[in-house]
Ligand binder design. Structure first.
Ligand SMILES: [Zn+2]
Length: 302
């Protein structure tokens, strides 16, 4: 009996070590707590362009979303996740449950509704570690709109990363507009805030040339590949990513799942990067981990 217990313990140790070796660390730069809320449990995730086949099953509650998200994070060895939501209390609950894995950050849609003073207090207390996702494009607001200025100033003051939704695609809301999503409209922000550490959702998809221009000109600007790892046809995602890589931007692109209420998309997104045969093993590791450690300055911290 005793011997078999020792044996099973040794086997457990070996399998745990192998599991650790199988999956190198990943950083997920784009996570949310639970939006969109207006969908029933089990609803499939959106897809583009329509008509298309929707996949996945929306979780039924924030608790289920948290549990499944953490399960996926463990399975894929996600060591850090940039997590944003409107509800600051829920963000703290996730932060506690994640035991140090989540970097929590306020989702900002209506810039007149978020309180800059409150965010300053939260940043001071280190209960928040970023700004955004700034999703004001959902209201048709461009990044260079003066109403967003206090948030960029705050992020620069506290030297925290900023995620912004600036691209051609977004949720089908009546107030969403593609035009204010042009990455060129970031230029005013980059000029006004040269120390800002900012990254753009989906690397501005599909505004490729505009995004390349901004990234060449402003070395502090990074991009993620998040929703586009699963929401658009894989051929379109690969085409966009390959053109960013060919432009020499392989050190400035970071993985994000944008899992929302579909935690299974975490795995789909990581698999999409690992299955891309035009990427070298080093480029895959850069996108899944190393670029984010540099952007977040995790590599220089103890
Ligand atoms: Zn998002």
């Amino acid at each position: 009996m005793k011997t078999s217990k020792i044996l099973s313990f040794i086997l457990f140790l070996i399998s745990a070590t192998l599991r650790g070796q199988e999956r190198p660390p990943v950083i997920d730069m784009h996570m949310h707590i639970g939006a969109p809320l207006n969908l029933p449990a089990g609803a499939p995730a959106p897809c583009l362009p329509q008509p298309c086949i929707r996949r996945g099953k929306a979780t039924a509650s924030p608790d289920e979303n948290l549990r499944k998200t953490l399960e996926l994070m463990t399975r894929y060895n996600i060591v850090k996740g940039f997590l944003s939501d409107l509800d600051l209390t829920q963000l703290q609950q996730w932060a506690e449950a994640g035991q140090g894995r989540f970097m929590v950050s306020p989702f900002i849609v209506d810039p007149t509704k978020a309180s800059v003073d409150q965010l300053r207090e939260e940043l001071k207390a280190k209960r928040l570690t970023g700004i955004g996702e700034i999703g004001s494009q959902l209201m048709g607001i461009a990044p260079n709109d003066p109403r967003l200025e206090p948030y960029f100033a705050l992020a620069e003051e506290f030297d925290v990363p900023v995620l912004i939704h600036t691209e051609g695609i977004g949720p089908p809301l009546p107030s969403f507009r593609s035009v204010p999503g042009s990455p060129l409209l970031l230029e005013d922000v980059m000029v006004r805030h040269p120390k800002l550490r900012i990254f753009v959702e989906n690397s501005g998809y599909p505004y490729l040339d505009e995004m390349i221009a901004m990234m060449y000109q402003y070395p502090q600007l990074y991009g993620d590949v998040s929703t586009i790892t699963w929401i658009i046809p894989q051929s379109a995602f690969y085409d966009y990513l390959q053109r960013l890589i060919k432009a020499g931007l392989g050190k400035r692109i970071m993985f994000g799942s944008d899992q929302m209420r579909w935690p299974e998309m975490i795995g789909e997104g990581i698999d999409a990067i690992n299955d891309a045969d035009f990427l070298t093993p080093e480029q895959k590791r850069d996108i899944l981990y190393h670029n984010a450690t540099r952007f977040l300055r995790l590599d220089t911290k103890k």
